[in-house]
Design a protein around this ligand. Structure first.
Ligand SMILES: [Zn+2]
Length: 164
């Protein structure tokens, strides 16, 4: 053992070959589960925006599906990338590269959730393994909650923003 951490001086390890295909598939913006959810929401009469970049006080975020008026942000999370408790298996990882990367993903998810919550948004995170009908139910429940009680917080936030 030396006093220097080899991870600090070496380039990142390449992904284990067994995991590469999954990761490449999950990196795409329009993943199968996300498209299925959008289709289901549209069929139920929900009108949303895609690829919206929200600049919040804490940070900018880009939800997969955005309901701006109701302030509901939806993310469809890949089981591998976001460490699903059921399918988030760890690739064989002697260098610690993937453990660190997945840890950073979790930290970013937490920060995004916090930033949205602080700005008066509801955050819905859907696992890619979730049945699409159940996922849509959760989104619609959030929209209804927002419609019945979220207005006061929204008004407060907008007043604050307009003073900047
Ligand atoms: Zn899963």
């Amino acid at each position: 053992m030396t006093t220097r951490d080899p991870a600090m001086t070496l380039p990142p390890a390449p992904p284990p070959s067994s995991a590469t295909a999954t990761m490449r598939a999950n990196r795409a913006t329009n993943t199968g589960p996300e498209v299925a959810l959008r289709r289901e929401l549209h069929a139920r009469g929900c009108r949303y925006r895609l690829g919206v970049r929200l600049v919040l006080p804490a940070r900018a975020v880009r939800p997969d599906v955005t309901f701006r008026k109701q302030r509901v942000a939806v993310f469809v999370d890949g089981c591998f990338w976001h460490s699903c408790p059921t399918h988030g298996r760890k690739p064989s990882d002697p260098t610690g590269y993937w453990a660190a990367k997945l840890g950073r993903n979790r930290d970013r998810d937490d920060a995004v959730n916090r930033a949205l919550d602080e700005a008066g948004w509801s955050v819905i995170r859907i696992w890619e393994h979730e049945p699409v009908a159940e996922a849509a139910d959760r989104v619609i429940a959030a929209l209804q909650t927002s419609a019945s009680g979220g207005h006061q917080r929204v008004a407060t936030l907008e007043t604050r923003e307009s003073r900047r």
